[in-house]
Design a binder for this molecule. Structure first.
Ligand SMILES: [Zn+2]
Length: 206
């Protein structure tokens, strides 16, 4: 083989290697974007299904850590925080606010505000304040075992941080504060801070 052709061939082979390296880098850089796409499109229901589930034999709620081990078994009384009609379920599209709804929206059947809100399970109030966007006037309760719940768009807050509360206690009134298109309660339950379908914890309908 004469030298110029040999040189040409080696250059060609470098070009291939260079393309391979470029593709690898492109793949590495695109991975987080791809992961984000998967998480935002399927992540919330998929992840949360693993964090809390009802044992079909014992009917108790089991809390799992992200690696799937059971870290707690809950045998507590749970109730819907308000009675009304579900206007938006968990995981449904809530654009332009959320691609996947992180809670359940419960509205008064006559569209009025002021229905009493009660904790879905006993716990300690860790937040009771107002922001003029998003959740508006809202309350967050810590139930232990990595479980928290959130009650948003309230018209009134009737509790304070540090208070011990239980189902039946009135902690606030249903309203339409923050990013709300009408009177309703946006109710969230979370495990490890990740939204979980409230129906995992509460039977029946609100
Ligand atoms: Zn909502």
């Amino acid at each position: 083989m004469n030298p110029p052709i040999k040189k040409l061939l080696s250059l060609h082979s470098y070009k291939l290697e260079f393309q391979f390296i470029l593709l690898t880098f492109a793949g590495i850089f695109l991975l987080p974007a791809f992961a984000l796409l998967v998480i935002t499109n399927t992540g919330i229901p998929a992840v949360s299904d693993r964090l809390a589930s009802v044992n079909t034999t014992t009917h108790k709620i089991e809390i799992h850590n992200p690696s799937g081990q059971i870290i707690a078994t809950i045998d507590a009384t749970t109730t819907w925080p308000v009675h009304g009609i579900v206007t938006l379920g968990f995981g449904e599209s809530d654009l332009p606010y959320q691609p996947y709804h992180t809670g359940i929206d419960i509205a008064n059947s006559r569209g009025r505000i002021g229905d009493p809100i009660t904790p879905f399970m006993k716990g300690i109030v860790v937040y009771a304040d107002e922001i003029d966007w998003g959740y508006g006037k809202h309350i967050i309760i810590d139930h232990g075992n990595r479980i928290t719940s959130l009650y948003a768009h309230l018209s009134e807050i009737n509790t304070t941080t540090g208070q011990e509360v239980k189902p039946g206690d009135v902690i606030g009134k249903e309203g339409s504060t923050g990013w709300s298109t009408g009177p309703h309660l946006h109710f969230e339950t979370r495990v490890f801070g990740i939204p979980v379908n409230p129906r995992t914890f509460i039977e029946g309908n609100p």
